[in-house]
Ligand binder design. Structure first.
Ligand SMILES: *[C@@H]1O[C@H](CO)[C@@H](O)[C@H](O)[C@H]1NC(C)=O
Ligand SMILES: *[C@@H]1O[C@H](CO)[C@@H](O)[C@H](O)[C@H]1NC(C)=O
Ligand SMILES: *[C@@H]1O[C@H](CO)[C@@H](O)[C@H](O)[C@H]1NC(C)=O
Ligand SMILES: *[C@@H]1O[C@H](CO)[C@@H](O)[C@H](O)[C@H]1NC(C)=O
Length: 204
């Protein structure tokens, strides 16, 4: 299984609050910061870097593969978004362990077909399956799209469908406005992706 379990107990102790029994009473803000730090460390260890890459640093920049840097960047973006979201308090240590065990993967659309009113994105499911493994190992999946240019009169509804052609199924929708320019539009696509991983089908 492609998971890395971080030592949660060690983290609680490192919080400087004493014994293990105090873990559950640790200040939530601190737990949240530690989560973020733990995920950062995971990414950094994958990059085999002692610290976050700094684009200003000249010299060893070429050593970091672009796709890893891009993964690092999107993780950072997602964490920043999560920081501004209202955090739901975590209830059990089990949940925290599951949280730390997650590893992030990023997949680009392999092909897109844009028409006046639609944009079809294709993903290589074999590639995703190869990285993620069994559908049961998938905890969540998000479709993220960067809103680049906006010429929306007032607001516009973006509808997300999955599957191909006549079999396409409605999944979710969002309202977008010009204010969302350069922001990420994201959809939870865990269920469709889990289904695709489960039923070996052609890439879509
Ligand atoms: C995904 O696309 C971006 C931008 O086109 C590119 O920089 C990156 O290397 C791609 N990543 C993968 C894993 O193909
Ligand atoms: C990662 O982000 C830095 C700045 O935050 C940017 O200069 C760099 O081009 C990004 N790299 C990728 C692969 O997205
Ligand atoms: C893009 O979609 C249009 C309309 O469905 C179709 O006619 C066209 O062949 C597609 N192009 C590609 C490259 O798939
Ligand atoms: C999808 O990914 C698999 C495994 O990485 C690769 O062998 C195959 O050529 C890819 N297919 C397409 C259409 O890109």
């Amino acid at each position: 299984m492609r998971v890395e379990l971080l030592l949660l107990v060690a983290m609680c102790l490192a919080g400087g609050v004493g014994g293990m029994s105090t873990c559950k009473t640790v200040n939530l803000e601190m737990v949240r910061l530690k989560r973020i730090e733990a995920i950062r460390s995971q990414i950094l260890s994958k990059l085999r870097l002692p610290k976050a890459p700094e684009p200003e640093e000249s010299g060893d920049e070429e050593d970091i593969p672009t796709d890893l840097l891009s993964l690092y960047n999107s993780t950072k973006d997602m964490l920043t978004e999560q920081e501004t979201d209202v955090q739901t308090p975590i209830s059990t240590e089990q949940e925290e362990e599951e949280y730390f065990a997650k590893v992030l993967h990023k997949f680009n659309a392999t092909k897109t077909n844009t028409t006046e009113s639609s944009k079809v994105m294709y993903f290589n499911i074999s590639e995703i399956r190869r990285s993620v493994g069994d559908h049961r190992l998938l905890t969540s999946a998000e479709l993220r799209m960067l809103i680049r240019s906006t010429t929306i009169p007032t607001e516009q509804r973006v509808e997300l469908y999955y599957g191909g052609g006549a079999g396409a199924r409605y999944h979710a929708s969002r309202f977008v406005t010009n204010e969302l320019k350069d922001k990420w539009l994201s959809f939870d696509v865990t269920e469709p992706l889990r289904g695709w991983l489960q039923h070996s089908g052609e890439p879509r």
